[in-house]
Design a binder for this molecule. Structure first.
Ligand SMILES: [Zn+2]
Ligand SMILES: [Zn+2]
Length: 192
């Protein structure tokens, strides 16, 4: 059975990571295991932008040595608190290889405090679950969904993000289970 490792890229609250793992377990029907903290991704820091380069993080994750584990976690989702970008965009919530092995998601812009609002742990958690489902959906070959309430809908801001449910629509869920069976097949590319 295909599995996934959720690994923190710097220290994050364990309850938040546990909620993300549980969402992925339920959303994709896969085994999900916790990975060890890989630390702050200083190698991806861009001092001019004051942000971290997401494609460099994906490359780093691809180069990680295999870990002995009970779960066949060929796929890895890194979760970080640092703010991510890709060169053509001002920021990304996350990035994944379409149909590939590695993805990263950032909680930096999921925190209400980023927008000068009061901290809200529940809101942060539900947003993080949506974006984790979104990036892992890309790993299973899903592309963006036209249903604005589906976790696979593209969100370029918190308004769109908050309109989504922390779950896949029926059609994305069906495609994901096909993608699980055909993992590794099909076209690849990077998806945000
Ligand atoms: Zn959908
Ligand atoms: Zn996307």
């Amino acid at each position: 059975m295909s599995g996934l490792r959720v690994t923190p890229l710097e220290r994050l609250d364990e309850p938040l990571l546990a909620a993300i793992r549980e969402s992925l377990r339920q959303g994709f029907g896969i085994e999900v295991e916790p990975g060890k903290n890989l630390g702050e991704p200083g190698f991806a820091w861009d001092g001019e932008r004051g942000q971290y380069n997401a494609p460099l993080i994906l490359r780093y994750l691809l180069d990680l040595p295999a870990v002995d584990s009970a779960v066949d976690s060929a796929k890895v989702l890194a979760v970080t608190g640092v703010d991510l970008y890709i060169p053509m965009l001002s920021f990304v919530y996350g990035q994944a290889q379409l149909g590939g092995r590695v993805a990263v998601v950032s909680v930096a812009r999921l925190k209400p405090e980023f927008y000068s609002l009061a901290p809200d742990g529940e809101l942060l958690e539900v947003r993080a679950r949506k974006e984790a489902l979104h990036e892992v959906g890309h790993l299973f070959g899903l592309v963006h969904c036209p249903d604005p309430s589906c976790a696979m809908a593209l969100s370029t801001g918190v308004r769109q993000l908050d309109r989504k449910q922390p779950s896949l629509c029926a059609s994305c869920a069906a495609l994901a289970s096909e993608g699980r069976n055909a993992a590794g097949a099909g076209k690849r590319g990077d998806k945000r």
